[in-house]
Ligand binder design. Structure first.
Ligand code: HEM
Length: 479
């Protein structure tokens, strides 16, 4: 046997080995829609409304299925029980806490030096633990800065009052409320670009065809805007760190630098995450919430009755009122469920070959938590397209306990090792915003008529979905 024949036999054996391995694997992998070679299921999916297409597959294939999205194999989880099995029970919980290498993480987060996009390495765990602690000071320990928060709320009330009942687009008011609290940095431009660049289609295109960022056109333009915004952000952070007045997250992070476990690049990446994750998500929630309230005067009435009874008119609502204001909290939960504006959470991955529901899941798969489907499935929420805060209230009128079915199916902040570290902070901030607005104003539509309730399937598609633009009127309750 000559050398060439030997090489050919060797190559053929390797090919057969991989083919058999793939076949054996795919026979035990979760079932799913049949795709085409190389492009997979790409053309069977509406990439602009990925979550809707994936939920349609869920009707056909059930609580777990495989699909090939943008050239990557993904396993989609469609029931709360299965999500819990994957993200809360070991050994799955540790396996499924990984992230896939992302274009944005590599290009703009200093090679995944961040919290959200970095995989679950040891250094990531340290960063996450420390950042979570920071948020306790600014979030769960929000009482410490309640004074600052009340200042921001007073400014927001003044901002809204300035419109004197005339129609306005609430976006700017919401943004300055949120930015005012989390940081004095001006990050608005950065966030808008960020939302653009995180769209699955942008990432897919530039990951697959990296030269696009050099060719004049849409992708080059977005890439360059993002780079410019990043540089501007870095300059602002550096300036802010030297302005030691008042302390804050930036200073707390820089204080760790001499200890040697955190680099300046990690500080930039963590701050970018905290500010953008904190801003875009809460902005989408509050912006949608006002639009929902415009078409639900009866909900506004109940909110106003609650805040009038518990807080009265002489002071702003505070966090200690929260436990006495279950309806306000229920509106917050229901808004997050109804809009599900991060419909597939942040994609997870598995760091080892794993098993779920008896199916084999190959190491390095994309794992999608189909939050949208779970939040809009009749099996978990009765009449899911009705906006009904009462579903989160028990017979005693209090918020349902954490182990109740409605709360167990509520996955807006994710669960497990990659769950949102800003959950408590976000809920507190939105609660205070909602309660204070209802204490002072009644929201109406631009023309005073009651519109159809906003359609959560028709939001502006981005990394974090936003409502379609609208204008509203804020009628002052007491002058
Ligand atoms: C309405 C507000 C918010 C919603 C709905 C939300 C939702 C989420 C979701 C779905 C995830 C991904 C969970 C997963 O991978 O399974 C996440 C992660 C994260 N969120 Fe939030 N979030 C909100 C507010 C915030 C705020 C205010 C902050 C910080 C100030 C924040 C910081 C983070 C960070 C750092 C992560 C990454 C955690 C990790 O990968 O380990 N979020 N959030």
């Amino acid at each position: 046997m000559d050398g060439i024949t030997l090489v050919l036999i060797g190559v053929a054996s390797i090919l057969i080995y991989f083919l058999l391995k793939y076949r054996t694997y795919s026979a035990t992998a979760p079932p799913g829609p049949k795709g085409y070679p190389f492009i997979g299921n790409t053309f069977q999916i509406d990439t602009k409304k990925l979550h809707i297409s994936l939920s349609a597959f869920a009707k056909e294939y059930g609580e777990i299925y495989s699909v090939n999205v943008f050239g990557r194999n993904a396993v989609v989880l469609n029931s709360p029980e299965l999500v819990r099995e994957a993200l809360l029970r070991e050994p799955n919980a540790s396996n499924f806490a990984a992230r896939l290498q992302s274009y944005f993480g590599k290009e703009f987060m200093f090679n995944n030096a961040d919290l959200v996009l970095s995989s679950n390495t040891e250094v990531w765990a340290k960063r996450r633990k420390f950042s979570h602690k920071l948020l306790k000071a600014y979030g769960e320990g929000l009482k410490i800065i309640e004074k600052k928060l009340h200042e921001a709320l007073n400014n927001t009330i003044c901002d809204v009052r300035k419109f004197s009942g005339a129609a306005f687009d609430p976006e700017d008011v919401i943004t300055s409320f949120l930015v005012g609290i989390i940081t004095s940095l001006s990050v608005v431009e950065y966030d808008e670009v960020l939302n653009e660049v995180l769209k699955p289609r942008f990432s897919f295109m530039v990951r697959t065809l990296p030269f696009l960022k050099y060719i004049p056109g849409k992708y080059k333009e977005i890439y360059e805007r993002c780079r410019r915004a990043q540089l501007r952000f870095l300059e602002l952070v550096k300036k802010e760190k030297d302005n030691m007045e008042g302390g804050g997250m930036i200073h707390d992070l820089y204080a760790e630098l001499p200890k040697g476990w955190l680099t300046e690049e990690e500080i930039f990446a963590i701050l970018t995450n905290m500010i953008s994750a904190g801003l875009l998500t809460s902005k989408g929630t509050i912006w949608s919430m006002i639009q929902i309230l415009i078409s639900r005067p009866e909900v506004q009435k109940k909110l106003q009755e609650e805040v009038d009874t518990v807080v009265g008119h002489d002071r702003l609502p505070s966090l200690s009122d929260k436990s006495s204001m279950p309806y306000t909290e229920a509106v917050l939960y229901e808004t997050l469920r109804y809009i599900s504006h991060i419909p597939l959470a942040v994609p997870h991955s598995n760091s080892r070959d794993s098993k779920l529901k008896g199916y084999d899941i190959k190491k390095g798969s994309m794992i999608l938590i189909n939050v949208w489907n779970i939040h809009h499935d009749e099996e978990f929420y009765n009449k899911p397209f009705d906006f009904c805060p009462e579903r989160f209230l028990g017979h005693d009128g209090q918020i349902e306990p954490a182990d109740s079915p409605v709360r167990q199916s509520f996955l807006a902040f994710g669960i497990g090792k990659r769950a949102c570290i800003g959950e408590v902070f976000a809920k507190n901030r939105i609660f205070l915003f909602l309660a204070s607005m209802m204490q002072h104003f009644t929201f109406e539509s631009e023309d005073g008529n009651i519109p159809e309730i906003m359609d959560p399937t028709n939001m502006v598609q981005s990394a974090v979905r936003m409502p379609q633009r609208y204008k509203c009127k804020a009628i002052e309750r007491r002058k």
